[in-house]
Design a protein around this ligand. Structure first.
Ligand code: B3K
Ligand code: ZN
Length: 851
């Protein structure tokens, strides 16, 4: 939808809708270019709302007819919707509209993917299906009839099946829901089916629907679903509430998946898996997304959001819940480290740049632009802090109260915090700032030691931003421990509550000056500013009892030596190399954990760390530092690599569980180092022998990095050209592994490949997303990276504004770099901004990034 003057929507303007929707009946008569949608909606005046004109959202709809209580009605239409006169008592609205799913490339509303009809309505897609009060606080029960053809033998919607017959199917969803949870799927689909018996003994039919040919990729997803259902019963006491739970895999989808009531729709990349075609990381992600969407049934669907400003109410909580699930299914320490890495890589740059916004934003132009790492991942971190502050029992009591008090309602963050206050008696007024202020607090630490007393003084500071010009001090749960110089713990993990701008904590009667272990378990989403010495970090790497801070010590050592190397060509720090050797040799440590030890901070994070210190980052120098340190590490670890390699071999058939995938992760890191010593011989052997995608892809990545792998790339393509998801990997890998000076050319050549299809978001992201993710390649000094991405964003915008807008975030850090790069980035952004007919989505993103 082109919009000449985009409007800003404010949280403070919230007003309830003037009518209640008592019941919705929809009939779909499917046809690719002319689907008819008949609606019958029972409205009654909302006693709790102020008087207002009757308005229904509706976009890109051809209105065929409209009536109220059976009499045709005069309507006023705009590009946003419809108004008309209505009675002041209850009435029945009926309308018929025509839509064109086959030409819907935005993938919002009802669209077609490979001949299959499917929907995506969150946040505001339902208004592209029919006229409706398309807002989350309007909830109703839905009955849906679908009439199809021979091409649509399977026709699904929300809730329970009512009846079906030749060319039709009827569904009824007894749970009142907002329109954003509506879903419809129709096409030629086959199901992998199973059953689940709930804790109270109800039998639920489970189906994972896929295109014929994909049946072999369903087993893992089905197991993940059953585990999620059981876990939510065991840990949160939440049972499933319909007779059937359907999941459908579609190839063209803007994000990972969608939690529509009883009918989850998944990007095929987020549900289909087999050992031959998917990596361990794919399996882990699939398990987490299936859990996430399933958990939404309670946190999102049964209790939904009053308005879109409250998005974190369902997303932060559901991410928190899926992280708990993954920690329980796999390794909790590994999950915590992965989440910290992810937060630093994706959320910190957002919070520290022009796109900064609070976890609960208070204004937006296009809500789709606020499905961000801040709302999701920082939103989950905020709940983790809350849990730490009120304790496990307090958290459980608050959640029980939340489900009890708010089931069936559309709620706010105020409601959420109130249940914690009521259940625990704790005042959360200051804590609420985590929801209302943007920016990552920076916590600096000073130490004092005298006469057996050790004092830690913390100072917190948050950089002002357009969203939060004057940040106030936040409540920061700082988990710490103290170690003796001999490595013994003298203070086990203790949570200090920092509430002031500056605050000191004293520890008395200590025999020796302790070494502090700070921000244990990554207890708050803050940046810790502490100039620890190399010796101290090496000490913590060797002795810390907290798995997160121990990893962090190694990570900080790597970061320090990389920054020194990038800034003035320093040589790799011996303390880092020796420390790594000791950790890697320690076979009491989980292989997955050791693999994480071997990971470096991302190059973008290194650039951010330099920028934070007031140094302009040079992407080429950072790239070079990383290469040099990897090479030094390979040489330094030369004698332990063969032993490690043997340790990571897996016996028996492939299993994507934590144990085996941890071994393969360490094996992958080891192969990367070996490749630097043997020029790719081991990688070539692994590629030839591998019978699963994890080992294959890992070997292929090493070969490309070593400047080899041409034959293997060709073979890989020939083998898998029929499998879209595998070919996405083939596209992405070549760009991710290319040397910086080659990245743009490789990416450009791939956009000219016959299999490149910009209408498929997975393929677009595999290609242009990989370009944007290659730090030194994208930030090439001559601006060629920026230009290529801008060219494609300009082309994609008229086709799919949502995916285009999301990818604009590649530019969010542009102001960090030198004047030459800034000039090129600005020119690219200006070029996008000046494009005629730019979507509301992209225009908002570019304006904010340029501001
Ligand atoms: N709720 C959806 C995201 C919808 C995104 C709309 N642009 C998936 C999820 O978070 O589970
Ligand atoms: Zn979600």
């Amino acid at each position: 939808m082109r919009d000449a003057a985009p409007q800003t929507i404010y949280l403070s303007d919230y007003t309830p809708f003037g009518w209640l929707v008592d019941k919705v009946d929809l009939t779909f008569i499917l046809a690719p270019h002319a689907t008819r949608v008949k609606s019958r909606i029972a409205f009654s005046p909302n006693p709790d709302a102020p008087a207002q004109a009757f308005f229904l959202h509706g976009e890109e709809l051809k209105l065929i007819s409209a009536s109220i209580d059976g009499t045709a009605v005069d309507t006023q239409l705009t590009a946003q919707g419809l108004s008309c006169q209505v009675p002041d008592t209850a009435f029945v609205w009926e309308a018929e509209v025509e839509i064109d799913p086959a030409n819907n490339t935005a993938l919002e509303g009802l669209y077609m993917s490979n001949g299959m009809y499917c929907t995506q309505c969150e946040a505001e897609g339902f208004r592209k299906i029919t006229f409706y009060p398309d807002r989350p606080d309007v909830m109703s029960t839905f009955t849906v009839r679908i009439e199809g053809s021979a091409d649509t033998p399977v026709m699904l919607s929300n809730g329970n099946p009512v009846s079906s017959g030749d060319g039709f199917a009827e569904w009824h969803d007894p749970w009142p829901k907002p329109a954003y949870l509506f879903a419809l799927v129709a096409g030629e689909l086959v199901a992998q089916s199973d059953r689940f018996t709930t804790a109270s003994g109800k039998d639920v039919a489970l189906n994972l629907w896929v295109r014929p040919g994909d049946e072999g990729k369903c087993a893992f997803g089905m197991e993940a679903l059953k585990k999620s259902m059981k876990w939510d019963e065991d840990v949160y006491g939440r049972e499933y509430d319909l007779e059937v739970f359907n999941i459908v895999a579609v190839d063209d989808f803007n994000m990972g998946a969608m939690e529509n009531k009883g009918l989850n729709i998944f990007n095929s990349s987020a549900v289909l898996a087999s050992p031959e075609t998917s990596t361990d990381m794919n399996f882990e992600r699939i398990e987490a997304i299936i859990a996430h969407e399933y958990f939404h049934n309670w946190t999102g669907n049964r209790i939904t959001c009053r308005d879109w400003f409250q998005l974190c109410l369902k997303e932060g909580l559901t991410v928190f819940r899926d992280a708990q699930f993954t920690s329980d299914m796999r390794s909790a320490p590994v999950k915590r480290i992965q989440d910290a890495i992810d937060l630093r890589a994706r959320q910190f740059p957002e919070d520290g740049g022009p796109l900064a916004h609070p976890v609960r934003p208070d204004q937006y132009q296009e809500i789709n632009n606020f499905y961000t790492a801040t709302v999701y991942e920082k939103g989950a971190e905020v709940i983790g802090m809350l849990k730490r502050l009120v304790g496990d029992d307090g958290y459980k009591a608050a959640l029980d109260l939340y489900f009890d008090r708010h089931d069936g309602q559309a709620c706010t963050i105020e409601d959420w915090l109130q249940v914690f206050e009521d259940a625990t008696g704790r005042d959360l007024a200051q804590f609420k700032r985590w929801y209302t202020q943007a920016g990552t607090p920076r916590v600096s630490v000073a130490e004092h030691w005298a006469d057996g007393t050790y004092t830690l003084t913390f100072r917190q500071e948050t950089k002002p931003s357009a969203a939060t010009p004057a940040p106030l001090p936040q409540v920061i749960p700082m988990a710490i421990g103290l170690l003796n110089p001999n490595g013994d713990e003298v203070l086990p993990t203790t949570v200090l509550e920092i509430t002031e701008e500056e605050q000191s904590f004293r520890f008395e009667d200590l025999a020796a000056r302790p070494v502090p272990s700070l921000l244990r378990g990554f207890s708050a989403p803050v940046t810790l500013d502490r100039d620890a010495t190399t010796e101290e970090r090496a000490f913590l790497l060797a002795h810390d009892t907290d798995s997160f801070t121990r990893w962090e010590a190694g990570n900080a050592l790597a970061q320090q030596t990389l920054l020194d190397m990038a800034a003035d060509g320093a040589v790799p720090a011996a303390a880092y190399l020796d420390g790594m050797k000791a950790v890697l040799r320690d076979d009491s440590l989980d292989p997955a954990y050791r693999a994480l030890m071997l990971s470096f901070p991302t190059q973008s994070a290194l650039a951010g760390a330099l920028a934070d210190k007031g140094i302009t980052p040079d992407p080429d120098a950072i790239w070079q530092a990383v290469e040099t340190l990897r090479q030094s590490l390979a040489e330094h670890l030369q004698d332990v690599l063969p032993r490690l390699e043997a340790e990571t071999r897996v016996d028996g058939p492939y299993r994507p569980d934590a144990e085996q995938s941890g071994k393969r992760a360490l094996g992958g890191a080891v192969l990367g180092l070996l490749t630097r010593l043997d020029g790719g011989a081991a990688a070539a052997a692994q590629y030839a022998a591998a019978d699963n995608m994890t080992l294959k892809l890992n070997a292929l990545a090493c070969l490309i990095l070593a400047g080899k792998g041409e034959a293997q790339l060709a073979e890989f393509y020939d083998n898998w050209q029929h499998d879209r998801l595998v070919i996405d990997k083939w596209f992405g890998l070549q760009i991710m592994q290319a040397a910086p000076e080659r990245v743009v050319d490789v990416a450009r050549a791939l956009t000219e490949h016959p299999d490149f299809n910009m209408k498929n978001p997975n393929r677009f992201r595999a290609t242009l997303g990989a370009l944007a993710g290659h730090h030194a390649g994208f930030h090439r000094k001559d601006g060629a990276g920026y230009d290529l991405l801008a060219d494609w964003l300009i082309r994609l915008d008229p086709v799919n504004p949502q995916t285009t807008a999301r990818m604009c975030t590649a530019f969010q850090t542009w102001k960090r770099y030198d004047a030459t790069r800034r000039g090129h980035a600005r020119a690219a952004l200006d070029r996008i901004a000046a494009t005629e007919g730019l979507s509301r989505d992209v225009s908002e993103m570019v304006q904010r990034i340029l501001a």
